[in-house]
Design a protein around this ligand. Structure first.
Ligand SMILES: Cc1ncc(C[n+]2csc(CCOP(=O)(O)OP(=O)(O)O)c2C)c(N)n1
Ligand code: SF4
Ligand SMILES: [Mg+2]
Length: 300
């Protein structure tokens, strides 16, 4: 299923209307606009507490143009499970239930209900947009924060390796798992469309730059996300339970070979949160990047 730029315009309806409250250059809002617009005629969204709870607006100013249920931080996958079961009972099988949530809920506080839904093979798609922090509450470190990144709770730079949620979901036998990026929108839309075609629990994790917390220029969001792929920091891949194979996405194929990758410092130097990364932290970040690739290679 190849998605072209033309397909991005030819959508059932725009899922994100003008006047939303996301910051300029928000990678999450950009990804949302395309990923959810592509399936806007058949989606019910479930949103845990996050920036998305805020940037959707409310009342007459609401900018989410699809049915949306807002939930408590840890409850989104439980709520989504119930909504999907109810739709099935009502014979509305064509309605797909999608969790749109941040890394704070997806990697940390909601992970118990997320694994529970995966364990029960609930027929839902959980999309984590990862801005690498608890953005909505002031930018605290999350389980998905990069090593070396300064956050509100790691003023000297984060020292803890990322919790790799896609790998957790592979280990828990999800139906389909993928990573995506705000810089590769056609690839993201392809993955979302593919994911909802499967029955069972699906997870997609998106690298979503966040100018205020990453201390980047809002005009650089796509560039920063693209560099994350080109440096090997954020490999784009898909894993399917039927084949138990990891397939690297087009944009990441050549970066499996380390010699093709751009220097990680090209990516860090654009971000205030990583500009002061120490030598030790940089080594640890490189090690953590290789840890991801080594895991993926086991399934290739
Ligand atoms: C149980 C619980 N703990 C803390 C909060 C406060 N809270 C609301 S949103 C949020 C941060 C969400 O972070 P993330 O999921 O990464 O989404 P982002 O804000 O970055 O988009 C926090 C800590 C809450 N609502 N409920
Ligand atoms: S804080 Fe970050 S994730 Fe939240 S709306 Fe702003 S740019 Fe987007
Ligand atoms: Mg977040």
């Amino acid at each position: 299923m190849t998605v072209t730029q033309k397909d991005l315009l030819n959508v059932p309806k725009k899922a994100l209307l003008k006047g939303h409250f996301a910051c300029a250059g928000c990678g999450s809002a950009l990804a949302f606009r395309h990923a959810i617009s592509a399936i806007a005629d058949k989606v019910i969204l479930v949103v845990p507490a996050s920036c998305a709870s805020v940037y959707q607006g409310g009342g007459k100013g609401a900018s989410f143009n699809v049915p949306t249920i807002n939930t408590a931080f840890a409850a989104s996958d439980a709520v989504a499970s119930g909504v999907r079961r109810a739709m099935k009972m009502k014979g509305k099988d064509d309605l797909k239930v999608v969790v749109w949530g941040g890394d704070g809920s997806g990697a940390d506080i909601g992970i118990a209900t997320e694994i529970g839904a995966c364990d029960r093979q609930e027929d839902i798609l959980h999309i984590i947009y990862s801005n690498n922090v608890y953005g909505n509450t002031g930018g605290q470190r999350s389980g998905d924060t990069m090593i070396g990144a300064k956050t509100a709770t790691t003023p000297k730079g984060n020292t803890t390796p990322r919790k790799m949620v896609p790998f957790i979901m592979i280990a828990n036998n999800a139906r389909y798992v993928a990573t995506a990026s705000s810089a590769f929108i056609e690839d993201l839309v392809e993955k979302v469309k593919k994911a909802i075609s499967f029955e069972g629990f699906k997870l997609i994790q998106i690298d979503a730059p966040c100018p205020p917390n990453w201390r980047t220029d809002s005009a650089d969001s796509v560039k920063v996300a693209r560099l994350a792929v080109q440096t090997g920091i954020w490999p784009l891949f898909e894993w399917d339970r039927e084949t138990n194979e990891v397939v690297l996405s087009r944009a990441s194929k050549k970066y499996e070979d380390k010699s093709n990758r751009k220097q990680i410092t090209e990516w860090t130097s654009l971000q205030g949160r990583l500009k002061t990364i120490t030598e030790d932290q940089l080594i640890a970040l490189e090690f953590d990047t290789e840890r991801q690739w080594n895991f993926l290679r086991k399934f290739m």
